[in-house]
Each structure stands twice: as C-alpha cells, then as structure tokens.
Design a protein around this ligand. Structure first.
Ligand SMILES: *Cc1c(COP(=O)(O)O)cnc(C)c1O
Length: 436
C-alpha cells in the first residue's frame, strides 16, 4: 500500500515553492512552470518518475524560453526557406531589434519631444540603398503591399495573363488583388502579350498597370513579354502608373542571379512603384517594401488600409540595420564560393568519420528558395550520412533540417553559415551518441 506512488505525489504548491522552480517561474512565467509541474505529477502517478526526482524532472522538461519557437539549423540547401522563417537576420539586425523591443523613439522626435514620422530612419536607409526612388513605405509583407496598391490605386488593374502567379501554399496574387474589390483586366495569353494588348486595355477605369515577376517558374518556347522600359514608355502621358512587383527584394543586380529583377534597375527603367519582400534576398525581417514616386507613395500612406498593414518597431529596427549594417546571412550564403563550401564539407566529414561515423562530403545543388530564381540551382556541397539521421537530427536537442536523397541524409552547407559548422557537427555527434 505504501508503495502506491499516487500517495507520494508532491503538491503543486510545494513544488512551485522550491527555490529552483520559483526562479524558473520568474524567468518563464509561473503559469508555464505550473503546466510542466502538472505533467511531471502525471508521470509520478504513472510510476515513470520517482517522487523525490520531481524537481529535477520539471527542470529537465522546462523550455529554454517562454516562447516555443526554436532555433533550427537549416541544412536544406534552400537559402530562403519559407517554412524555416525565410531570411535569418544578421547579428546587427538582431541587436537593433532587441534595442527597439522596449519603449523606443519610433514615432517621437527626442529633440522636440513631439511626434515624429514613424520609422523615418528605416525609410531613409531604403532611399539611400535605392536612389532611383523618391519615397518609400514599409508594410507587413509584399502581399500587403499588393493589397494596398490594389485598394488605393484600384479601379481596374491591367495585368498580363502570364503573370497571374501562385507564389506558394495556395497564395494566388490575382485572388488577393480581387479580394480588395479591384477588377483585373487580363491581357494577352499565357505565353504571349504585346504592347498593343496593354494599350487596348487602357481606359478611364484603369487604376494601374501591374507587372508581377513570375518568381517561381519560367515560360519557355514561343513566348513574348513586355518589359518595364517598353511599358513605361507606352504609358507616358496617360497618367496610368506602372507598378512592378519584383518579389525577391534585390536592391541591385546580383552577379549570381542574373535573371532576378532588382528594385533600383526596375525603377530606373521607368516603373512608378516597385514592390518587394523584406525577408527574401534582401535578407531582412518580414516586410513589404514600396518604393517610387512620392505622390503615389503618399496616396498609399494616406489610405486607411495602410494603418492595418504598418509594421512594428522591431521590424523597422531590423530592416534599417539590415540595410546599413554588415552583409546579412542570405547575401553571405549566396556569395559563398563552391571551393570554400567543399573545404568546409570535407573538414566536417573528416571530423565525423574520425568519430566512427559513415560520413563523406559530396557535391549537391542548392537553391535560392522563397520562390526565387527557379532556373538557377547554385553549386554546393553536402555532408552525406546514413538515411536514419534525417529524422533523428530534426528531433534532436538542436534541431537540424536536412533532406534524404538516394537513400542518404544530406546536410547541405550552402544554407549554413561557417560559424555554425561546430554546432552542426555537435548535433550529428549527439544523435550518434544516443544510438550507441
Ligand atoms: C514572394 C512574393 C510575393 C509575396 O511576398 P510576401 O512578402 O511573402 O507577402 C509577392 N509577389 C512576388 C512576385 C513574390 O515573389
């Protein structure tokens, strides 16, 4: 009878009063700790934990932070991986974001003590980076930028049929545009559109002509598109603005990605507004960037919907630091040369093989991701391990996401910064140790 563990389950209050758990409660929140205490009490009742080990069991089960999102090593070889939070922020951006996380002068001029323009410094950084723009605006993401444009410039939006794009996870740009009440005037066919098609669609009802970069696919063969310079020239004098959604957020042409449009070139070529994401190739926080003609940007800023799309102080801080600070991780990863990647893979594979693992370095393509540059596999390298590592690494204490190909787990180094190589090796060794 006395062996019945239920009689010896420590009381919740007693456990929460333990100094170590009280300290954890201060840091993580008493409610969170209490939840874990209750789980451990269940395990004591089930005979899985000894009553005397209750506090240790609670401590072992507590999360590291009060939030449940965990840092993950991205060894997929997809540089901008939407399921892994797209662009990892630079250390400078994280620092700026942390500094702005409390109360901050995001909308107050400290010299006068009066209200100031919101996020002015981030906007100035954008304009310095893209000199062809007169003015800039930041919203929640590129989808929000599109919705704001469609709502504020609305009426009828003229758009080529070949640019009715689905980005991913069922997100279809034409459906988003129509959800605002704007009407779409589709021109051309799936594979071909001409200047005459665009001209024929213009009328007093036209709100804007929209060009959308078909980020994640290409049309090949008997095709024809009308590019920004030609379209801008044709619209001159009509009063109809040309809006270009370039998607990826490149500020300038990128030598590794010749087919990706960039903000500066597209504006210089005659677009009145350009739209892009902040967390793709720009390498910053989730944001929608709108740059271009001052009068149009002002119309968007004045529209009531802008308020629903405006970004947080931490986003503004991280965006500014991404633009002003050192090269963000995404740019470093894109620039990594294949010889350097191979050397890292060999060093890591040797280290793992030295510990008795079946690990070798192999060449493996990597990708930009985030719906960018579909025709542009980047050369890269991976560490190849037995297939069972993939799942175990995902479930490890420091999760690593790789992939299985040809019955091997591949950990692709293009999407891992060199500074994380030690962590990667440690994560693999930890999995291997758990099996022996
Ligand atoms: C990715 C993408 C979007 C969506 O951007 P979000 O920032 O995720 O809202 C819109 N348009 C294009 C062309 C894109 O590539």
């Amino acid at each position: 009878m006395t062996a019945d563990p239920r009689r010896h389950v420590p009381r919740t209050d007693t456990l929460l009063a333990d100094p170590r758990l009280a300290a954890a409660g201060e840091r993580l929140g008493r409610g969170l700790v209490k939840g874990v205490v209750q789980q451990v009490q269940q395990r004591i009742r089930a005979g899985e934990v000894a009553p005397a080990g209750a506090v240790d069991a609670v401590l072992a089960s507590l999360p590291r932070t009060a939030g449940s999102l965990r840092p993950v090593l991205n060894a997929t070889g997809v540089v901008v991986h939407t399921n892994l939070g797209r662009a990892p922020l630079s250390a400078a951006a994280v620092e700026a974001l942390t500094a702005a996380a409390g109360t901050t002068d995001v909308e107050l001029d400290l010299r006068t003590g009066r209200r100031g323009p919101r996020g002015e410094a981030a906007l100035a950084a954008l304009l310095d980076a893209v000199p062809a723009a007169e003015s800039a605006l930041v919203v929640n993401n590129c989808a929000a930028a599109l919705a704001l444009v469609a709502t504020a410039l609305g009426g009828e939006l003229v758009l080529a049929r070949g640019e009715l794009v689905e980005i991913g996870d069922g997100f279809r740009i034409p459906e988003l545009l129509e959800s605002t009440g704007a009407r779409l005037r589709e021109v051309g066919t799936t594979n071909r559109v001409t200047l005459a098609d665009y001209r024929g669609a213009l009328g007093p009802q036209t709100g804007a002509v929209l060009k959308v970069h078909p980020s994640n696919f290409v049309v090949r063969g008997f095709t024809r598109a009308v590019e920004v310079p030609e379209l801008a020239a044709a619209l001159e004098g009509t009063g109809v603005p040309l809006v270009a959604d370039v998607g990826s957020g490149l500020l300038r042409p990128h030598p590794v990605l010749p087919d990706e449009p960039d903000l500066q070139t597209t504006l210089a070529a005659g677009a009145d507004l350009v739209l892009a994401s902040g967390d793709k190739l720009l390498g910053g926080p989730q944001a929608g960037l709108v740059l271009g003609r001052a009068d149009l940007v002002q119309r968007l800023r004045r529209h009531p919907l802008y308020r629903a799309f405006r970004v947080d102080k931490t986003t503004l801080a991280a965006l500014e630091a991404t633009l002003r600070g050192p090269l963000p991780p995404v740019q470093e990863m894109l620039a990594a040369d294949v010889e350097g990647l191979r050397a890292r893979a060999r060093a890591l594979a040797d280290r793992l093989a030295g510990e008795g693992l079946d690990a070798i370095a192999v060449d493996a393509d990597s990708r930009v991701g985030g719906g960018g540059a579909p025709e542009h596999p980047l050369p890269g390298t991976a560490i190849s391990l037995p297939p069972e590592f993939a799942e175990a690494l995902r479930l490890g204490a420091r999760p690593v996401v790789g992939y299985v190909e040809d019955d091997r787990t591949l950990l692709n180094l293009r999407s891992v910064l060199p500074a994380a190589d030690d962590d990667l090796a440690e994560a693999v060794l930890e999995v291997a140790r758990a099996w022996t």
